[in-house]
Design a protein around this ligand. Structure first.
Ligand SMILES: Nc1ncnc2c1ncn2[C@@H]1O[C@H](COP(=O)(O)OP(=O)(O)OP(=O)(O)O)[C@@H](O)[C@H]1O
Length: 901
């Protein structure tokens, strides 16, 4: 291992079985080796730290503290003293304690709140003088490969631009568009509560699976030592989705991408940057984790293991992941301060603009420029005044909670009646508290004018209202049209009058919210805090008839159609099969009849949900689900259910059996189990559909359209097309790798660019020279004309002095005052010549008559070359005005022209 490299530090946190017994325990450990025995063999992994829990809830706080001492302290030390960013991944099966490790409970806080508090008071932790610590916090959730901002304060329905991760080759991964708030010690719990509330608000409480999303808690820390030395680092905690449950959908895609990425990196087959870029870009989660897997960070993995033998396979898989991760190497280096980052980015932008000027704005340069601009904007976001920013964000959060009807933390100890949200995720259950104000009417619905605003499937603009008369008497009413959208303890309520509510009543609103009503003054136990039920125990889903049929069961009465017909009104799908039910029930023994009806009712409740989703997501397709029964009373109740998907020719309320046969077409028949799988997918599709801009794009795609039942041949075709596309992409990547990759190509481009720039400079220099030459030519032509004139004057003079002695001529005719009309001008020469004029025509021989005016023809000798103008040659020094006739001033235009060539 290179001296600058670091491996991933692995810790195993083991939850024992409830009643410790060696038979039921699949996990053993010796020294630093953890082993899991499963049917597939024994999986062993060496770890640095083993943390074994006791099943005693009272010791939870102590064990959380131990986890912090073992894992949290080194993280703080590395971040503050060395300035090295730290990543902590928590990976394990559902229920193994991942969220408990990261967030914990109010009584036993997890790693994140402890880290945050210690960072805000670092003196005791770090052996170093710390002057000032500034911390910024951001929190993101990855679900269905979509990133959600858990600190965003605007309403969920208004969020359109999701945060994104950008990888910078030097600065590493940056989250762009995420809310980042400055933190002070007093904010810690409030911030954690807000993120939990945001998570709870962002999901459908019914049927949500807690293990499907991954959360990222990110702390950006800047420390100024008393000596003036500054360090900066990021600490990131990844609470990953559970790998085994519901892996066919949801965030398991991101998790599968993570597992593949870790495996591929571990193989270390030396593929280039482009391959790794593609690998990490496969999901937002892998991209977010890039620094921790191969960057400049230090990484710790907490593998949470369930010791029970029924969880052996999951625990073995967790250990395998830990082993894969141990093969990876990072190169920890101190992080840059924000100001340095900004400077680097600005320099890069200048360079990229230069590149763009030279090569044009290609896709790569454009993307790089956009990325840098976003990162610069992100860097600039840093608040000038941290305290003011902090207060601003706190106000925004309080307003956001108030907007949807939630109360701030301080009022949660209220004795006023209130509603609590339910969730199958223990961290989220009960974290939303809606107080019903005394003497007031609380309206509920999706319309923003309501007191409590909910989003989600089946939530109508005005759903219902609750009146709290005196903190003891609480009643509820609903409009007529909301009959099937409001269930109280599993039953519909009458629209005509308001219903008096009781402590622990359960309300199911649409298909999105399951709420528990608490009326503290009605319940003495609750007032004294002695209520031992967990919120989950108190709140059961309305599909299982537990609130209606037990009386029948207990009394051993025959289940007749009359007795259940009232329940059938609760569901459209159930109403449709009333004929079947009427025929079936008398034929079955009472217990079988009850079981069959219960199964049917549960199925119909889910069918109604599937139909609601279908109408919202693809109304134009006129699709409708309905249930049918196979008449085989020997089978289990759920096996006799068949789910049928129909397509109608036109819109309208479907009444299939009464309509003409051509009105609809049967698309598929599904078993009940298959339908449940499809419904899970439909819920995901609905969630994406509600996210607007990042909506669902899988329509008609055999793998991503849950309303389709693709044939084998269409799947083959799909896989063939996609594998071809993959091969093509792989070839391109390979070719790039063969051509020594992008870096070489870019280098070549840069050299070519420099050459082009040089050529460009040369060209402009040549143009300048040409311009200069042209100016000189023009000047010369002017001078030629002057020479011509002079020569003509000369000729004139010569003709005048023809008969004189040289001395006379010199005295009598000064050159400075030529005659206005030269007698030997071209016009005159070309015109018919008079005798006098002819007599003027004579030649001067420069070569032979130096110093004299001998008559005769012009001779073009060596010495006269370059001086010849028309038919006359003039020798320097023979005439006055010799300056005009010097050799340089007489250099002909073509001389320069040749130079130019
Ligand atoms: N070490 C522990 N001590 C006490 N209680 C624990 C411990 N670990 C987990 N729990 C409790 O077990 C329940 C499930 O734990 P948690 O939600 O953390 O599991 P998880 O791995 O995050 O599950 P999922 O992947 O389904 O979200 C919680 O109620 C939690 O408080």
């Amino acid at each position: 291992m290179d001296s600058g490299e670091a491996t991933v530090r692995v810790a195993a946190r083991i939850r024992p079985v409830e009643q410790p017994s060696y038979q039921a325990t699949a996990i053993s450990f010796v020294d630093s080796t953890v082993a899991v025995a499963s049917d597939a063999g024994t999986e062993k992994t060496d770890v640095e730290c083993i943390l074994v829990e006791t099943s005693d809830a009272k010791s939870a706080e102590a064990s959380q503290e131990q986890v912090f001492q073992s894992l949290g302290q080194p993280i703080i030390q590395g971040a503050i003293a060395e300035g090295i960013s730290q990543g902590l991944l928590v990976y394990g099966a559902s229920g193994s304690g991942k969220t408990f490790t990261v967030i914990g409970t109010k009584e036993a806080p997890g790693l994140f709140p402890r880290l945050l508090r210690s960072l805000l008071q670092p003196d005791g932790v770090v052996d170093k003088e710390v002057g000032e610590t500034r911390i910024w916090f951001s929190s993101l959730e990855v679900l269905n490969d979509q990133v959600q901002d858990l600190l965003a304060s605007q309403p969920l329905s208004e969020r359109r631009v999701a945060p994104a991760f950008i990888h910078h080759p030097i600065l590493g991964v940056q989250a762009v568009g995420a809310t980042e708030v400055p933190v002070e010690a007093c904010d810690v719990q409030e911030l954690i509560d807000f993120t939990l509330k945001r998570r709870a608000l962002g999901r459908t409480c019914l049927h949500a699976s807690s293990s499907r999303s991954s959360q990222i808690y990110r702390l950006r820390v800047e420390v100024r030592g008393t000596s003036g030395r500054k360090t900066a680092a990021t600490i990131c905690l990844f609470d990953l989705a559970a790998p085994t449950s519901a892996c066919s959908r949801g965030d398991c895609l991101s998790l599968a991408a993570l597992q593949t990425t870790v495996k591929e990196l571990g193989k270390g087959h030396g593929r280039g940057t482009q391959y790794r870029d593609a690998l990490f870009s496969s999901s937002p989660l892998t991209l977010a984790m890039r620094d921790t897997l191969e960057g400049t960070w230090r990484t710790t993995l907490v593998a949470t293991l369930l010791a029970g033998s029924q969880h052996a396979q999951e625990s073995a898989a967790t250990l395998r992941f830990a082993r894969d991760l141990q093969l990876l190497r990072t190169r920890p280096v101190a992080a840059r301060m924000r100001s340095n980052q900004l400077q680097l980015l600005q320099e890069e932008v200048v360079q990229l603009r230069r590149d763009a000027d030279h090569f044009g704005l290609g896709v790569q340069v454009k993307t790089a420029l956009e990325d840098r601009s976003s990162l610069i904007a992100e860097c600039m976001k840093q608040a000038a005044c941290q305290a003011e920013e902090r207060r601003k964000f706190a106000r925004q959060r309080a307003k956001a909670l108030e907007w949807c009807g939630l109360m701030p933390e301080s009022s949660e100890s209220t004795t006023a009646p209130h509603l609590l949200n339910m969730s199958d995720d223990p961290v989220l259950a009960g974290c939303l508290l809606y107080v019903l104000q005394r003497g007031e009417r609380t309206s509920i619905g999706s319309d923003v004018d309501n007191t409590i605003v909910f989003d989600g499937l089946g939530i109508l603009p005005n759903l219902c209202s609750i009146i709290n008369q005196d903190d003891k008497l609480v009643s509820m009413s609903r409009p007529d049209f909301a009959r099937r959208h409001v269930l109280l303890n599993g039953k519909t309520i009458s629209a005509s009058e308001s219903v008096v509510l009781s402590h622990n009543d359960r309300m199911c609103l649409g298909r999105a919210q399951l709420l528990l009503l608490k009326i503290p003054l009605q319940d003495a136990d609750a007032q004294q805090g002695q209520n031992s039920h967990t919120l989950q125990d108190e709140c059961k889903l309305p599909g299982d008839l537990s609130e209606y049929l037990p009386e029948l069961e207990l009394q051993g009465l025959e289940v007749t159609f009359d007795k259940v017909s009232a329940v059938m009104e609760h569901s459209d799908s159930l109403k449709y099969v009333h004929c079947y039910v009427r025929d079936l029930l008398p034929k079955l023994p009472p217990s079988d009849g009850l079981a069959c009806f219960a199964a049917l009712r549960r199925a119909c409740y889910l069918l109604d949900e599937a139909n609601m989703i279908t109408r919202e997501v693809r109304p134009e397709d006129h699709l409708h689900f309905q249930v049918e029964l196979i008449w085989d009373i020997e089978r289990s109740p759920e096996e006799v259910l068949l789910i049928c998907l129909l397509r109608y020719a036109s819109k309208g309320n479907p009444t299939p059996r009464t309509g003409a046969p051509q009105d609809f077409q049967v698309l598929h028949y599904w078993s009940y189990t298959r339908f449940l799988e499809k419904l899970d997918y439909m819920r995901d599709v609905h969630r994406l559909h509600c996210q607007g801009m990042h909506g669902w794009t899988g329509r008609s795609d055999p793998l991503h359209d849950p309303w389709l039942e693709p044939s084998v041949s269409s799947l083959q075709q799909y896989l063939l097309t996609n594998s071809l596309a993959c091969n093509q992409a792989a070839n391109i990547l390979d070719n790039c790798a063969k051509d020594q990759g992008l870096a070489t190509a870019r280098k070549a481009c840069t050299s070519a660019g420099h050459a082009a720039a040089d050529a460009e400079q040369l060209r402009s220099r040549i143009d300048e020279l040409v311009q200069e030459l042209e100016d000189k030519n023009a000047e010369l032509e002017e001078r030629d004309q002057i020479v011509n004139q002079l020569k003509e004057q000369m000729a004139q003079i010569m003709s005048l002095v023809g008969g004189m002695a040289p001395g006379e001529a010199a005295e009598g005719l000064p050159f400075e005052q030529p005659e206005p009309e030269a007698p030997c001008s071209r016009e005159k020469r070309d015109s018919p010549a008079s005798d006098a004029e002819h007599s003027c025509t004579m030649t001067v021989s420069a070569s032979t008559s130096e110093g004299g005016f001998g008559g005769g023809e012009v001779r073009d000798t060596e010495r006269s070359r370059g001086f010849r103008v028309d038919n006359f040659g003039v020798s320097k020094g023979n005439l006055g005005g010799g300056a005009l006739l010097s050799q340089s001033s007489l250099t002909p235009p073509h001389y320069y022209r040749d130079l130019r060539r």
